[in-house]
Design a binder for this molecule. Structure first.
Ligand SMILES: [Zn+2]
Length: 148
């Protein structure tokens, strides 16, 4: 799992490569060919390390991007949810609201689960996931004017 230290590793790798490149620029004819080859090998290694660290940074940023996208979607959904009689409904600008959904499943697991209308108990809803019943059988169904 890449973390934020990948950025400093990349910066250090690039700095090392720059230092080696500088020393190569100041090289004079007296520098041994073997020594020259060694410095070029060091330079190549430093650049390869920086490249690896940068791809870790890229992966980290893309992970954070998808997390931000996920949270934004959740935030938007949260602001459109309306709570009524232990159920959630999604508010719609036009037309009928959507729902009811199980409040327990959404609050605990962030999942929108449609509730099933239990016909034998008027106003009573059942969640197939958490197996809870909602609503008072003697009351009007929550969102009675809304479509299931
Ligand atoms: Zn549930």
């Amino acid at each position: 799992m890449p973390d934020i230290t990948s950025i400093s590793a990349a910066v250090q790798g690039i700095k090392a490569a720059t230092d080696i490149a500088k020393s190569l620029r100041n090289v004079d004819a007296s520098l041994e060919k073997a020594e020259m080859k060694l410095k070029i090998a060091d330079l190549t290694n430093a650049l390869a390390d920086a490249k690896i660290s940068l791809s870790e940074v890229q992966e980290l940023i893309s992970e954070k991007d998808s997390k931000i996208k996920e949270l934004k979607a959740k935030l938007e959904l949260d602001s459109n949810l309306e709570y009524e009689d232990e159920c959630y409904f999604i508010k719609k600008d036009k037309g009928e609201d959507e729902g009811p959904f199980c409040y327990r499943c959404y609050d605990a697991d962030g999942k929108l689960v449609h509730l099933v209308n239990v016909k034998s108990y008027r106003g009573c809803y059942y969640c197939k996931v958490c197996e809870n019943h909602f609503g008072d059988p003697n009351d009007e169904p929550p969102g009675a004017n809304m479509r299931m």
